[in-house]
Design a protein around this ligand. Structure first.
Ligand code: HEC
Ligand code: HEC
Length: 293
């Protein structure tokens, strides 16, 4: 290795390294970079002294400032609980009508209810509670089980075909799969069911076909759906004569409902949500319904 020498163009020393005639200059680190390195290094050392940093055998060095995220989290949790307790107690102790008349409590319903709904219900009933195939529209369709506050709260508490021993029960029989009706009979009764909500079917179908369908309906379906097909809460059977459908009102979906049967599951929420949360959700759903009417 040759010793360093002065470069005749820049006037700086070379390092003495040489590659195929090219020599490396020994330029000093630029001042601003040098100062920045010292500043950052100094800050890093200062920070490890001020803040929690070095691990040790029994815990860690806590830092001179005593900063602790655990304490901060605990404090904000306590604050949030205190804030929640203030309205949770009032909502728990107040009846539905009085809460609905109290704008400050309804503001809590809107804020907290929206979060509760998004976390627990939107996965099935949709973000706007308008339902989807297999899941009823809660915002703007007639509620099969009833839309009194107490009834909705009860539906949420016990669920439908849920795990609670008190759950509501809704079982549509599989008339095709279990061979209670032939394929032709199912086709006929489906046309009849369609005719109840679709004027174009009612006017175009053969009158004899509709009469035969009405008879099949009276013998096999009316016991649960009612003679007028407007549904019966006692059997959990929905109205088939309006434009609202859980599983779809096109011919293929109606046929599927009759052929394979249906038993949608709405979970029982008692034990998973507190009575106050169920109350909040009930009021939240009711307000959505009022807003849509
Ligand atoms: C796992 C899916 C699922 C979840 C989650 C769910 N539901 Fe349901 N819910 C259903 C189904 C399915 C039905 C209809 C049951 C049937 O077909 O008879 C229903 C029915 C209802 C009804 C009765 C509607 C009527 O017509 O009377 C209400 C009210 C309701 N749900 C509210 C809620 C609320 C509030 C939540 C959140 C706490 C929730 N649901 C979460 C599936 C769900
Ligand atoms: C044992 C009582 C029972 C009988 C009998 C019954 N149903 Fe149902 N039906 C139900 C219930 C309960 C539901 C709702 C199931 C659910 O929501 O999961 C239902 C749902 C339906 C649906 C789907 C409605 C929708 O909103 O998507 C159709 C269509 C239907 N039934 C037609 C019939 C026809 C046609 C017959 C006669 C051939 C019949 N049902 C007989 C109880 C019954």
């Amino acid at each position: 290795m040759a010793l360093g020498e002065r470069d005749e163009f820049s006037g700086q020393m070379t390092t003495g390294h040489e590659w195929n005639g090219i020599k490396e200059l020994n330029s000093p680190v630029p001042k601003p970079v040098y100062l920045a390195l010292i500043a950052f290094g100094g800050f890093a050392i200062l920070w490890t002294v001020l803040m929690p940093s070095w691990p040790g055998l029994n815990g860690y060095f806590r830092g001179l400032l005593g900063a602790d995220q655990h304490v901060a989290v605990r404090e904000s949790l306590t604050q949030a609980q205190a804030a929640r307790a203030a309205w949770a107690d009032r909502i728990g102790a107040t009846d539905f009508a009085s809460i609905q008349a109290d704008e400050s409590l309804m503001q809590v319903v809107r804020d907290t209810g929206a979060t509760l709904f998004a976390d627990n219900c939107a996965g099935c009933h949709g973000a706007k509670a308008t339902g989807g195939p297999g899941f009823p529209n809660l915002a703007n369709a007639p509620a099969m089980w009833g839309d009194e506050p107490e009834t909705i709260a009860e539906t949420i508490r016990v669920g439908i075909n849920g795990q609670s021993p008190e759950t509501r029960y809704a079982q549509m029989l599989a008339f095709g799969r279990d061979k209670m009706l032939s394929g032709a009979e199912i086709g006929t009764v489906v046309t009849y069911v369609e005719s109840l909500s679709k004027p174009e079917v009612a006017s175009s179908a053969e009158p004899e076909l509709l009469a035969a369908g009405a008879e099949i309906f009276a013998n096999n379906c009316a016991g649960c759906h009612g003679l007028e097909a407007t549904g019966m809460v006692e059997s959990g059977a929905p109205n088939l004569a309006d434009e609202f459908w859980i599983y779809g009102g096109d011919r293929a979906s109606i046929r599927d409902s009759v052929y394979h049967g249906r038993a949608g599951t709405m979970p029982s929420w008692e034990g998973r949500l507190s009575p106050t949360d169920i109350k909040l959700l009930t009021l939240y759903v009711l307000e959505l319904r009022q807003a849509q009417q």
